[in-house]
Design a protein around this ligand. Structure first.
Ligand code: PMP
Length: 443
């Protein structure tokens, strides 16, 4: 696999071998182990570029898997972080910037009236689900097969199992060994974009569903940039209202990327609770969950617990505040540039796809593009159809060939765009992608 490889990775390889003795797989996040030809080590990032420890330079579309929407090392953001570090790292008390950041989020995202900060998307989702259960007094959650909501036990379910009855939802399967099987009782897993499955789930579990949790755009693994079918999110909203359940949007990917107001603004569908992380913080460890006042106030008015030593870590808060302010300034001029450049990239990749015999498929959302290799006539609308005919060997070879050309995308084929990418970078990228495709064709 992978064809010729001209880049040298000797230093990365030596570090990885050393790491593997003390860090399982040499990586601190399981998905980093999927990198081709093996997990690399990096030395530096600047704007749209990164350099690995062997001195290879890349135009970076991984961007920390989404957070670095302004690019690597945006000086205003790093200054804000340094300044706070110098003043004081940490009080286990409040700083004013926390209020400003919450106010900014409330002003940008419709229906968000209150915000709490935490450290990761997984934590934010965990808190949303706890709040939804607290508010409804119910335990079951409808989630969609193939959506990712973090790695925590209670929600990392949703791979399709066999249904007990033809009209019953599939039994959810856990993502990992080590998850308590008892958690499955609280998960109702259905295919995305299947309104009938959602309606049946409510029928089968009458009065038991606390919430539907959904990525407003399917954005993870090999199933990225899969859009909701027309009216689907509105249908979820209506089903929740009709059944006394809450609608939770996992906006870890879509928040502040598809629109300044996230998926809520992009699709015009309001959530009750939302989780934000990646593009919220611009590369510092900060995430948030947010929602209607009456729900969020349960964190102080009832025994609904949310705590954390590092919550709202001041350097992260000040970095995120500067970052989000920059993104929002001039009615989101930077975000418009990002969308424009992502559309340029998408158009160029589609053009390449139309001139190759390889089954290259291009999908997109504002600010992010997906490339997949798939031989199947059906439209991609959910996990099942996305998986059908997917050529993971080609996907891997494409990742490697692009990397060899100095283009860095995720192994699953996701390309995030940043404000630091220029039209020139995109032209260079498309030339490189053409060469990469050619090398795949002649394998
Ligand atoms: N939800 C979604 C939609 C995500 O994409 C991710 C991360 N890729 C998470 C939750 C988990 O976020 P984190 O990795 O910050 O825990």
């Amino acid at each position: 696999l992978g064809g010729k490889m001209s880049n040298s990775f000797t230093r990365s390889e030596a570090l990885l071998l050393r790491a593997r003795a003390v860090i399982p797989g040499g990586v601190s996040s399981g998905n980093r182990a999927n990198w081709t030809p093996f997990p690399l080590y990096y030395a530096r990032g600047d704007g749209a570029r990164v350099w690995d420890v062997d001195g290879n330079e890349y135009i970076d579309y991984v961007l920390g898997r989404g957070p670095l929407i302004l690019g690597h090392g945006e000086p205003d953001v790093t200054d804000a972080i340094y300044h706070q570090l110098k003043v004081s790292q940490f009080f286990a008390g409040q700083i004013e910037g926390e209020i400003e950041l919450a106010e900014l989020i409330c002003s940008l995202v419709k229906n968000v009236e209150m915000v709490r900060f935490c450290n990761s998307g997984s934590e934010a989702i965990h808190a949303c689900i706890r709040l939804a259960r607290s508010a409804t007094g119910r335990e079951k959650v409808i989630r969609f097969i193939g959506h990712y909501h973090g790695w925590y036990d209670g929600i990392a379910w949703g791979f399709s199992g066999v249904s007990a009855k033809p009209d019953a939802p599939p039994l959810p399967l856990p993502m990992s060994l080590g998850q308590p099987s008892s958690d499955a009782a609280n998960i109702v897993a259905v295919e995305w974009n299947d309104p009938e499955a959602v309606a049946n789930a409510f029928k089968n579990c009458r009065g038991e569903i606390a919430a539907i949790i959904t990525e407003p755009i399917m954005f993870n693994g090999f199933w990225s940039n899969i859009q909701p079918i027309e009216g689907f999110l509105t249908f979820l909203r209506e089903q929740c209202d009709a059944n006394g359940a809450l609608l939770v949007f996992d906006e870890v990917q879509t928040g502040f990327r598809v629109s300044l107001g996230g998926a809520v603004e992009h699709f015009g569908v309001a959530a009750d609770l939302s989780a934000f992380a990646k593009a919220l913080s611009g590369g510092v460890c900060l995430a948030a969950f947010a929602g209607r006042r009456e729900l969020m106030k349960r964190l102080v008015e009832t025994n609904t617990v949310h705590t954390g030593t590092y919550n709202a870590y001041p350097p992260a808060v000040m970095g995120a505040l500067r970052h989000l302010t920059l993104l929002a300034v001039n009615a989101g001029a930077k975000l418009q540039r990002i969308h424009h450049h992502a559309a340029l990239l998408e158009r160029g990749l589609r053009d390449l796809a139309s001139h190759t015999q390889l089954p290259l498929l291009v999908r997109s959302s504002p600010g992010a593009v997906t490339t997949a290799f798939r031989v199947a006539p059906t439209q991609v609308i959910d996990h099942r159809s996305a998986a059908e005919g997917l050529d993971l060997g080609l996907q891997r070879a494409w990742h490697l060939a692009l990397q060899d050309q100095g283009i860095r995308i995720t192994p699953e084929g996701l390309w995030y765009m940043s404000a630091a990418h220029s039209a020139n970078d995109i032209a260079t990228t498309l030339d490189a992608a053409q060469d990469a495709l050619q090398s795949l064709s002649s394998r």
